[in-house]
Design a protein around this ligand. Structure first.
Ligand SMILES: Cc1cc2nc3c(=O)[nH]c(=O)nc-3n(C[C@H](O)[C@H](O)[C@H](O)COP(=O)(O)OP(=O)(O)OC[C@H]3O[C@@H](n4cnc5c(N)ncnc54)[C@H](O)[C@@H]3O)c2cc1C
Length: 378
């Protein structure tokens, strides 16, 4: 392995690995068929891993972004869906960590660290990539409370989340600078959990539509200040993209290991297919990609851990790793021959899971715009 992890990071890595092998991997197929596994998530919470990067004063372990990336990476070797649920919960709760008032931090961060589930709602039916064009409004009433109307689409963890961070327009005349962020507990009146999406993959994470019907929020539900919502969302996605890169690594490594075992067992023309050069070359290309994927992911995590801006590194890592992950999962399916096309073999599920990684938290096309704009000094 290329990365020089600390003793503490190695200890946490081994702990997540053991938990993943024993508890997570055996449940992934079940989650694909039945959806989010609350009991498994609750067991994850008991390990303390959900709070790994939160400061100790809020009940976390005080570790850095490299360590939280290790957690996501290792978990996704057992279930990309479960890792995605944790990734999004962290994307949303980290918005409070980085932008909340002291009162908001004191109230919500211990809950996030102990494993309460958070969701992040930016996308709407008519605004995904072009997120500044959201239509949900938040208007202040005579008592100073906020009244939200509108809706969100494709919200990971919706239906199972305890808290939502929602973006809404507070001043339409200001464009992206007129978007604000709000903290919304699940029991808030007017918060309606809508259609559950029947997804192609990542079926162990819950994804629903949300609608807001005159949903009233107290003044202190506003995160940071008015007009900061878009900036908060984009900064949150920078962190989330490192996690998506880590999920891509974990999922691709899992597919690789299964294909390796299969290639050593399956006999054609009198020898294991692993002995055919055409198959060996597939493994050579995949192993090379996996090394590059891990380096890019942990490089982005290191930049984040150092406190520097990591927009470019995170976008590059997500673009490269998610694209390669899909290709590796497809190649691993090919190595399984006809069996790869059967639901009896895990690799078909991995192909379905992998595609989301090229779409959520910024599509590959949008990431190219971010990277191109940055390197050209836009
Ligand atoms: C399973 C799942 C979970 C999700 N979870 C969340 C969540 O938790 N929270 C949340 O807020 N959102 C979430 N999303 C939404 C996700 O972020 C959006 O789907 C994504 O940003 C793309 O937006 P869109 O679907 O509206 O596609 P569109 O924006 O309509 O894009 C359609 C296609 O056009 C391309 N495109 C768009 N604009 C350009 C351009 N300028 N140049 C070149 N190509 C372009 C896109 O890359 C894409 O290929 C989730 C989506 C999925 C599928």
């Amino acid at each position: 392995m290329l990365m020089r992890f600390t003793e503490e990071q190695l200890m946490i890595r081994d702990m997540v690995r053991e938990f993943t092998e024993k508890e997570v991997a055996p449940r992934d197929k079940w989650m694909d068929e039945n959806g989010f596994d609350r009991a498994l998530y609750d067991r994850l919470c008991t390990t303390g891993l959900t709070g790994v990067h939160f400061p100790e004063e809020y009940g976390g372990a005080g570790c850095d972004a490299v360590t939280s990336t290790i957690v996501i990476h290792e978990l996704s070797k057992g279930s990309a869906s479960l890792a995605l649920a944790l990734d999004i919960s962290w994307v949303a709760s980290d918005m409070i960590l980085h932008h909340g008032t002291q009162t908001q931090k004191d109230k919500y961060l211990p809950l996030a660290a102990e494993g309460k589930i958070f969701a992040f709602g930016l996308t709407e039916a008519s605004a995904g990539s072009d997120a500044a064009r959201i239509q949900t409004t938040a208007v202040k009433d005579a008592d100073g409370w906020w009244v939200l109307n509108g809706g969100k689409s494709w919200i990971t963890n919706s239906g199972v989340a305890d808290y939502y961070i929602l973006m809404a327009i507070t001043d339409r005349s200001k464009g992206a600078k007129g978007i604000s962020a709000f903290i919304v507990p699940k029991e808030t009146e007017g918060l309606i959990i809508g259609k559950h999406e029947e997804k192609m993959g990542m079926r162990g994470s819950s994804t629903c539509e949300l609608s807001f019907d005159a949903m009233r929020l107290p003044p202190d539900a506003l995160l940071s200040s008015e007009g900061m919502g878009f900036k908060i969302a984009m900064q949150g996605l920078d962190g989330g993209r490192i996690s998506v890169a880590a999920i891509s690594c974990g999922l691709a490594e899992h597919a690789f290991e299964l294909a390796k075992a299969y290639a050593n067992e399956r006999i054609t023309f009198g020898k294991p297919i692993a002995k055919h050069q055409a198959i060996q070359f597939k493994f050579a290309d995949m192993a090379t990609d996996l090394t590059a994927m891990q380096m890019m992911t942990y490089n982005a995590a290191e930049v984040k851990a150092s406190g520097k801006r990591h927009t470019l590194e995170a976008a590059e890592a997500k673009l490269f790793c998610s694209t390669r992950c899909t290709q590796i999962c497809l190649e691993c399916l090919q190595i399984h021959g006809g069996n790869g096309y059967s639901k009896e073999f895990d690799v078909e599920r991995f192909v379905r899971d992998s595609k989301l990684l090229e779409i959520g938290e910024g599509t590959s096309e949008i990431l190219r715009m971010v990277i191109g704009g940055t390197v050209l000094g836009k």
